[in-house]
Design a protein around this ligand. Structure first.
Ligand SMILES: Cc1ncc(COP(=O)(O)OP(=O)(O)O)c(N)n1
Ligand SMILES: Cc1ncsc1CCOP(=O)(O)O
Ligand SMILES: [Mg+2]
Length: 237
């Protein structure tokens, strides 16, 4: 059964871990409140990627946190990860789903409205709204979508969403208020002096923002039901 929470999604980058072992940063982050982990290795051999995947899988098991593998279906299968994240230029969704089966989590990056409309036709499990802001962590991205993009995409998407790209303590709240179900971060946790504290602060922001969004949605629903045309009812702002 697929059971996952997108609230605070850590995407790894070993090169940003300030020399600390990846498993140390990941475990600290999970203790701080990370709800999902993606192993993203852009620059290593398949053997090394597999070795890291097995190590991180073992580290996450006691916490019941799902491991998602970036790009590499073979590694996801080999380490029995809970899922795979693919982008617009990666292995096609249909192929990944056929090989992984219906019980694995598949996430897909969306970079514009057209991608979201296409994603709505697929049985993916979540979308990554990519990138929300420009970021030095990944420079080969599409144009940043900004908060307007997050708002538009989360209204259009039939799948749950996470924003990714340039997210930190100062803007995490805006991403949730714009309609995303969670935030995905690399440097805000990987490069934090105290990854547990960084995760716990982000987790608090996300949860507080979700409470506020849900409150406004419920409050608004009561008021909107009698005053607003139905097309305006999705908005919380
Ligand atoms: C949660 C999440 N969202 C988006 C991405 C980006 O995926 P992609 O566009 O395939 O780029 P790479 O990460 O492969 O460089 C992601 N990894 N995770
Ligand atoms: C993997 C990825 N996909 C889109 S932006 C990005 C990197 C996000 O890194 P950071 O959280 O450090 O800005
Ligand atoms: Mg990719």
């Amino acid at each position: 059964m697929k059971n996952f929470d997108l609230s605070l999604y850590l995407v790894t980058d070993r090169l940003l871990s300030l020399g600390r072992p990846l498993e140390y940063v990941v475990e600290e982050a999970v203790k701080g409140g990370v709800t999902m982990v993606q192993l993203r290795e852009k620059d290593c051999s398949s053997k090394e990627f597999y070795r890291q995947a097995i190590t991180i899988k073992a580290c996450l098991k006691p916490y019941n946190i799902p491991l998602i593998i970036n790009d590499r279906l073979d590694i996801a299968l080999a380490c029995e990860a809970e899922g795979l994240h693919i982008g617009q230029y990666d292995l096609p969704y249909e192929v990944a789903r056929k090989i992984l089966g219906k019980n694995k989590i598949i996430g897909l990056s969306v970079e514009n409205v057209q991608d979201v409309l296409e994603a709505n036709k697929l049985d993916i499990d979540y979308i990554g709204i990519s990138p929300v802001f420009s970021t030095p962590t990944k420079t080969d991205t599409a144009k940043e979508l900004g908060l307007t993009g997050v708002r538009e995409i989360s209204l259009l998407s039939k799948h749950p969403s996470v924003g990714i790209g340039g997210i930190n303590n100062s803007n995490a709240r805006d991403i949730i208020q714009a309609g995303a179900d969670g935030i995905a971060v690399v440097s805000a946790i990987m490069s934090a002096a105290d990854p547990r504290l960084a995760a716990s602060q982000l987790s608090d922001i996300v949860h507080q923002s979700k409470l506020k969004v849900n409150f406004l949605r419920n409050e608004g629903r009561g008021k909107l039901d009698c005053t607003m045309p139905s097309d305006d009812r999705k908005s919380t702002e």
